[in-house]
Structures are given as C-alpha cells and as structure tokens.
Design a protein around this ligand. Sequence first.
Ligand code: ATP
Ligand code: MG
Length: 390
Amino acid sequence: MKRYLLIHYGEMALKGSNLDYFLKKLRLMIRDKLQKEFKIPFKIKHVLGRFLVPLEDGFDYGKVIQIVSRVCGISNFQFVYEGSSDLDKLGNEIWNNMEKHTDECKTFVVRVKRAQLMECSSCEAETRIGAILLEKGLNKKAKMKGADLEINVEIFNGKGYFSYKKFSGVCGMPSNSGSKLVCMISGGIDSPVAAYKMMRRGARVIFVHFSGYPYTDQAELEHVKEIVGILSGYQFDTKLYIVPFGKIQKTIATTLEIPAKLRVLLYRRMMLRIAERISLKNEAKGVVTGDSYGQVASQTGENIFAIHEVSKIPIYQPLIAYDKEEIIRVAEEIGTYEISKLPCKDTCSMFSPKKPEIRARVGAILDAEKFLEIDDMVENAFEEKEIVSY
Ligand code: ATP
Ligand code: MG
C-alpha cells in the first residue's frame, strides 16, 4: 500500500490571508531538512489543510521522526497508509496492516476526521470501523479516553488515510517566518531554552557566545558549540559568533576606579553592546537572553534595568517569568540539559566580586564606565570574533 507522511500544522492555520507565506516557509523547512538528511528529492503536497509527503514502505522512519519532530510550525504528524474511502473496505485494510503495529496494546479507539462529504458522520464512521475490527477478531477492548492504541483515520480527496500512531510536533510558527534575532548564549541551562522559545515563534536565531578563554576552561566553549548544534536542528542555517571576552573582563577588573561590586553589570552591558553590534551587521531586530526575574540574587528589577539601559534595540527575554523547574523541563525535552548541567567555569563568574551589586543604579554605572574606552573595546572584540556555521 502507498505510504505517506501526513503533517498537520497548528497555530498557522489562523493566519488568514497570510497563510500562504507561512505555508511556503514550512514546506521549505520540511523539504530542506529531509533532503539534507536523505539526499533524495521529496515532493510535498498541500491538501486541504495538511501536507502529504510520499514515503516508501520501509523508509527510515526513525530518522524522519527525529527530523520532523524538530520542525517548528508542525502540530502533529503520522505515517499513514493510503486506503479506500469506502468504510467497509477501509475497515479491512486497517485490519490487514494491524499486526505489525499493535502487539502490546490492550485497548483501542478509532478516531475519524473527514474533509469531504460522506454518507455518515465521523462518529458513525468510528463505530463502524471499530465494529469491523472486532468482528475480524481484534482482541482489544474499546476505550474512548486514554486507549493504548489510537487508530487515526482521515478521509479526504476520495481516500481514507490511516495510521496507528500520531507523533506530536513542536507547534509554534515555521522557522524563518519572523525576523532575525541575536541570542546571547552561555553554556548554562537557560539561554538555550530562550533561543528555542524564540525559534518556535519563527525567529531566525543567530548565536553569540562570549568566551572567557584562556581565563575560563575550554569546556564551556565546547559545551556551547554542542548546544548550538542541537538547536540548529530547529531552524535553517545557523551561525555561532564566538567573541573573546577575557581581555575585556580583565580590563574592567583591573581598572581600580571601578567598584568591584559593579563588575558583573559592566560585563553584561559590554556583552549587550557587542550583541547589538552583531545585530546591526546581520540586520537582526533584537537580542534574546535567558534572564529569569529573581532566579538568582543579582537578577533584580534594578539590575535588569541597569543592564538593559545600554541597549538601543529590543531585548527579548522569553523566560523572564519561568520557574527554574519549568526551564529544566524544556531543556530536557529539547536535549540541551544533559550538556548544560555538566560542570564548567562560566565566563561571568571570572574576575567576579564576592558581593555583587543587587540594586544597581544607572548613575553609578555610567560613572564607572567613564574609565573605559568603550567604543574601542567593542570594536576590537567584534574584530576578533570567530564564526562557526552549522
Ligand atoms: P544561563 O543559564 O543562560 O547561563 P544564567 O541563569 O546563568 O543564564 P546569567 O549568568 O545572569 O544567568 O546570564 C543571563 C543571560 O546573559 C544568559 O541567559 C545569557 O543570555 C547571557 N549570558 C551570560 N553569560 C554569557 C556568555 N558568556 N555568552 C553569551 N551570553 C551570556
Ligand atoms: Mg549562566
């Protein structure tokens, strides 16, 4: 029997007259990712609010799942058989293909969706197909909610498509349907999740990491590269800027006029200035950070205010009101947690004071910054960057 990957998209369906734009982006992403992996052409048809991708029986479904479950904009997908729209024939076809999919299930349910006129309602069709399967000898109990085996049937285009399992997608908007944003990524838990959250809204994320090397260990940089590798699965081409930051930190820490307790705030303001410089260069429209309000003692409203004061472009903080547990849950889902939790020295802790400021005042920070050649420091760091492509 003919097999297809059947894909449903979620929120995009609400886009009205702009839908075509979003569909084009989504189709491109699915095709690009599949072709990159399998090195063969894929045809993707759009039929009545879903995508159909022909796949041969025995295709490497495991790899397809890995790829498609990372494509933003998809709400769910399944590997369907193309059967008949005649319910009796369809019931038989579902029965005939059942064996290889259903061994360990004890309960079942049939769900029918239709996008064409039929002689009966979806509900009646479900009952009829269920009855055929039981007549044939299906040794499972029907269960409406929480059944082990969900037989999904979609009737459209004069065919009955069916599968025995539906996979969840990441939902959101298709990659690259929004503008570019620059994400400041550390080797920590939060910023990778922040980047993922913005990618899911369609932003094309360019990464920047400030490396304290040689003062920090090489491990942090290696973690970041690995994390960005994982995140690159969620969008088109990905770029990581690595900016050497150790010299800047050393300059700030050894300028005696600068109170020690302000150092970390000055580091973060320098990072933002450089991230903004990278945004300009790439025509990005804002900077993303993984800040979370009150997560650590220094993430106070006053400090966030004092840091952001330096930026002329919007700063996106998708995790600002998230609890750490919620962030960790997402990090586990997207596969970055295992790397982020590995111990390494992080750049911000380098040359950091014992008692950092928790109620910063912008005036005090501006006074301290008078002792620095800020424009030169930004420009030099930008010039020394290295770019890794994925
Ligand atoms: P994370 O888990 O993302 O490291 P955090 O809870 O450790 O965040 P901070 O160290 O205060 O919080 O950093 C806040 C944000 O600043 C980070 O989420 C990240 O966006 C950015 N940031 C911090 N250090 C770096 C760095 N070395 N390179 C790039 N961005 C950084
Ligand atoms: Mg951190």
